[in-house]
Design a protein around this ligand. Structure first.
Ligand code: GLA
Length: 594
């Protein structure tokens, strides 16, 4: 008998009945020095297992270039899990959804013309997946319970029944995991109804279901399809995530605890999604579309991934934690440890930002060499994961006032005509400007396009950033120059601070900076009065996007490991223009009103 076994009567660990009491925590959304405190909070809540996805795009930022360091240290995370006495469930991609950029699929797949389709047996796509699995699978295989580690089981794809019908693709992935050394049980996870459930499962592979409520109905549907699979809810949604410009979503603690109690009373195992959410640092937040079947109605996800989870973004326990602990205590082997307090908080302060450097004045230092093309090239074709691209062309004149329309805008553009701001366009919401009149001799047209998260669910995955085409009235504008500025960790180090103002600070984005003195590293929530939309860095680490004008999120979580005693460098790139810009260091998160 293998150490961990799936039987019709339930799961067995070392021959004894084992109820999987798991909570999701994504190592890549938490800084490594904070993993142990977060993991101990899960144990104190009454969990025996932690579940994580593996985001392919974080680990392979460019084809064949791998990163398993820092927040991408999967091996280190699995060691920390074992050290804290927890078991692990791993959901190793290639697609993870998870409100993560492109659902974990690398952006560069869109730049490979041989890749015609994602998440199916497209040969070029599979070749990339196989190469990735060669690198990834040995890392996770070494941690399996069959080799003295703590990994109990591994997932094949993610909710595939909600996406496609190529079950041969699922078989390819399952065989790929097995061939590279995975010998713990495999499973699939899907919505509990209709084609979503039937379409995502594989013969001989444990089927699990995802839901937030009505456990009886969900498990009944699973039993009808798989009478011999022990019931496991792989994603019990105890909270939810937010989109920019929408209301903050919360789930009542008592309601969630009652649903959790019903899951456990039915005899099932569970993975709470999420026990601790963390943060979508840098440019890793994904996006949804209002209609996953057409890809229309773009909804970018905010920077916080607090998720209204029982352990909050900074590792503090909540009312939901207490309610879940009361439920889980009945299923524990002994008394539960008390949760430890989170890290200390910085004393409140205000950091003024100054030294404006206009992005358009320092393009030579920051942008890749200009690329010219008849039609505007996409970010992916320019080799850029995320950031800003300045697209420039000419509109012939003289012309009467006609609309200027941008097709395939992804995702937001500042429009400049002859160097003057002419408006801001947004994907799906405002993709044209009315009445652009052009003098004899024509006008210079510039679009400064910002990418937001790539869609992570539905047919919209694999979206390309930039613009597809630009028209004045019905005429396509040709002859473009594109200059790409990649944004991410380390960007402020490339800014020529102190460059002389060239006038562009009045019309375009500006970099600003300030310094934060601390006696000792501690946590904080940063509010951004006087700022509108942009990116914030602390000592070169990109905390993520801010957009207080849109909300609902109005503070950014600053984790203590990013700070050092003494002087710390804060930098922002403000896209929409700042008056009296400052960063307020405070104690309270402002996720927005529910
Ligand atoms: C699905 C996915 C998860 C996540 C949740 C919503 O169940 O499998 O990755 O996106 O939805 O948070």
């Amino acid at each position: 008998m293998p150490p961990f076994a799936v039987t019709p009567g339930g799961f067995l660990l070392d021959g004894r009945p084992f109820r999987v009491l798991s909570g999701a925590l994504h190592y890549f959304r938490v800084l490594p020095p904070q993993w142990p405190q977060r993991l101990r909070a899960l144990r104190a809540m009454g969990l025996n297992t932690v579940e994580t996805y593996v985001p392919w795009n974080l680990h392979e930022p460019r084809p064949g270039e791998y990163d398993f360091s820092g927040p991408a240290d999967l091996d280190g995370f699995l060691r920390a899990v074992r050290d804290e006495g927890l078991y692990a469930i791993v959901r190793p991609s290639p697609y993870v959804c998870a409100e993560w950029d492109n659902g974990g699929l690398p952006w560069w797949l869109a730049a490979d013309r041989d890749v015609r389709a994602l998440r199916c047996r497209d040969p070029a796509y599979l070749a990339h997946v196989d190469r990735w699995y060669d690198r990834l699978v040995p890392v996770l295989a070494a941690h399996q319970v069959t080799r003295g580690g703590h990994v109990l089981m591994a997932q094949v794809e993610n909710e595939y029944g909600s996406y496609g019908s190529d079950t041969g693709y699922l078989e390819h992935l399952a065989a790929g995991l097995r061939a590279r050394g995975v010998d713990v049980p495999l499973f699939t996870s899907d919505g509990p109804d209709g084609p979503r459930l039937t379409g995502g499962t594989l013969p001989g592979v444990l089927a699990t279901v995802n839901f937030g409520s009505r456990p009886r109905e969900a498990f009944a549907a699973l039993r009808r399809l798989r009478p011999h699979d022990p019931p496991l809810c792989m994603e019990f949604w105890c909270g939810w995530f937010d989109h920019w410009g929408e209301e903050h979503v919360v789930r009542d603690a008592g309601d969630a605890a009652a649903a959790l109690a019903a899951v456990l009373e039915s005899g099932a195992s569970v993975n709470i999604y999420l026990a601790h959410g963390g943060t979508n640092f840098s440019t890793w937040a994904g996006a949804n579309t209002a209609d996953p079947a057409t890809g229309a109605g773009y909804q970018p996800t905010v920077t916080s991934y607090d998720y209204d989870a029982p352990v909050d973004e900074r590792g503090a326990v909540t009312e939901k934690f207490r309610a879940f602990r009361d439920v889980l205590a009945a299923y524990a082997d002994g008394p539960l440890p008390e949760p430890e307090p989170p890290a200390a908080l910085l004393p409140p302060s205000r950091v003024a930002l100054s030294g404006a450097v206009a992005l358009l004045d320092v393009l030579d230092a920051l942008a890749a060499p200009p690329v010219t093309a008849p039609e505007p090239p996409f970010f992916e074709e320019l080799g850029v994961a995320h950031g800003l691209v300045l697209y420039e062309s000419r509109v012939p004149g003289p012309r009467g006032p006609y609309p200027l329309s941008v097709h395939g805008l992804a995702d937001r553009a500042h429009v400049l005509v002859d160097g003057r701001p002419a408006g801001v366009l947004e994907r799906d919401a405002a993709e044209s400007l009315d009445g652009l009149a052009v003098p004899a001799g024509g006008s210079r047209l510039a679009l400064l396009v910002e990418s937001m998260g790539r869609v992570n669910y539905g047919v919209g995955i694999g979206d390309r950033k930039g613009v597809r085409r630009v028209l004045h009235d019905r005429q396509l504008l040709h002859g473009w120059t594109a200059r790409a500025v990649e944004l991410g960790h380390g960007t402020p180090e490339r800014v020529p601070w102190g460059a002389r103002a060239g006038g562009s600070e009045a019309v375009g984005p500006v970099f600003l900076r300030g310094s934060l003195e601390v006696a000792a590293p501690a946590d904080a929530y940063l509010a951004l009065p006087g700022l509108r939309k942009g990116y914030l860095w602390v000592n070169g680490f990109c905390l993520g996007r801010y957009w207080p004008e849109r909300g609902p999120q109005r503070t950014l979580y600053l984790p203590w490991p990013l700070l050092r005693a003494g002087r710390n460098e804060i930098a922002v790139l403000e896209l929409d223009g700042a008056d009296d810009p400052a960063v307020e260091v405070g104690h309270t998160p402002d996720p927005g009103r529910p």
